[in-house]
Design a protein around this ligand. Structure first.
Ligand code: NAD
Length: 361
């Protein structure tokens, strides 16, 4: 009998439902081609969940996520909910999803497609051939360390405090994801830290170095974060896989993403331990300015679905086929508004989806 996968779909807000609809069509088609099926369960998150239940991450959504093989998310948020108190905001739903599923590893590829090279703000000769994967630690470090807060000192002055901490086990689990990701790629791993100044980074560097003994095929290097930022812009082709902490990864993954110049093209994966479901989503937000107008680029969502097939469902050939279809439609000249350049006509979200289905055969 054909393998069946249980997928929770979280379309969210803004352009979310439009791009998710295309992703579902593509997944169904790819299932037919590769002889597996999906059971899709749609659940609420973000603003649409607030409107329906008052809660940005309802208990039923968590339950659906926990009992599925994988989770495909579109995007959350919008002007309508911007003035709500923080605990009721759409973004709070996203953070709750990440923490309740223990998604400690965030994978963000930044790949330059030859068809879109002119969308980059950097020179062609600098960005041509760039293919980087940033592995960012997502549930520890400066964003979660204690103590934190704004305190008043004895002299009455206010003092803001955050704490950067990593335990050995936190470093080991993200290190393992990074080495294994590098093994599936070009076997080069660059660990980024600030160990010349920070003890927490010294421990990070020591542990990652220790782990490299288990991965003799992976060429490991270390960079200080300031140098890494400079090298990313100066000569990005030198990088294959980058592993770094929550704060540094937040900044470097955005810088790496912008090498490609097109936010509507960038997928991401947030992973927990093997065997537990990950969350796959575009890097972009809910684009409320173009929602409901058939203007959204669905390709980041489609490429997120491809990552889901590759990492959670172990269907690498199906993931390859989706990625090839994306290249094919770009080769055929299909461009949504965010990636259009001189000489191309703009197509809408649905037309891009139809072209993809055609390319998949
Ligand atoms: P955004 O990514 O939604 O939009 C930035 C710009 O890029 C807009 O001009 C938008 O039209 C364009 N854009 C984004 N995705 C596109 C796509 N697929 N196709 C074509 N154009 C696209 O960022 P923002 O405007 O800062 O945020 C809008 C809302 O999204 C906010 O409520 C924010 O909190 C939320 N947000 C959510 C996520 C998430 O769900 N992970 C991430 C970032 C922002």
């Amino acid at each position: 009998m054909a393998q069946n996968y249980r997928i929770t779909l979280l379309p969210g807000d803004g352009i979310g439902p439009e791009i998710m609809a295309i992703a579902v069509q593509v997944l169904k088609r790819i299932g037919e081609k590769f002889d597996f099926t999906f059971t899709f369960t749609e659940a609420l998150i973000g603003g649409s969940a607030i409107d329906a239940t008052g809660d940005p991450f309802p208990a039923e959504t968590l339950e659906a996520c926990k009992t599925s093989d994988s989770i495909l998310l579109a995007a959350i948020g919008g002007y309508k909910w911007d003035s709500l108190p923080r605990h009721q905001r759409p973004e709070t739903g996203l953070l709750a999803l990440r923490s309740s599923l223990n998604l400690f590893a965030n994978l963000r590829p930044a790949t330059i497609l030859p068809q879109l090279i002119d969308a980059s703000t950097l020179k062609r000769e600098v960005v041509e051939g760039v293919d980087i994967m940033v592995v960012r630690e997502l549930t520890g470090g400066l964003y979660f360390g204690e103590p934190r807060g704004i305190f008043t000192t004895e002299s009455g002055e206010k003092r803001g405090v955050n704490t950067m901490t990593y335990t050995e086990s936190e470093i080991n689990r993200i290190g393992k994801v990074a080495f294994e990701t590098a093994m599936k790629r070009r076997k080069k791993l660059c660990s980024v830290d600030k160990s010349n100044v920070l003890e927490v980074s010294q421990l990070w560097r020591d542990k990652i170095t220790e782990m490299s003994a288990d991965y003799p095929e992976v060429e490991l290097s270390h960079l200080y974060v300031d140098n890494a930022a400079m090298q990313l812009v100066r000569s990005p082709r030198q990088f294959d896989t980058i592993v770094t902490s929550n704060l540094f990864g937040d900044i470097l993954s955005d810088a790496a993403a912008m090498l490609t110049g097109s936010i509507g093209m960038l997928p991401s994966a947030s992973l927990s331990h093997p065997g537990q479901p990950g969350v796959y989503e575009p890097v972009h937000g809910s684009a409320p300015d173009i929602a409901g107008q058939d203007k959204a680029n669905p390709l980041a969502q489609i490429l997120s679905a491809a990552m889901m097939l590759r990492y959670d469902l172990n269907q690498a050939a199906a993931a390859d086929a989706i990625e090839a279809a994306v290249i094919a439609v770009l080769d055929q000249g299909y461009r949504t508004g965010d990636i259009v350049s001189a000489g191309f006509e703009v197509v809408g979200c649905k037309a891009m989806g139809d072209a993809l289905l055609k390319a998949l055969g």
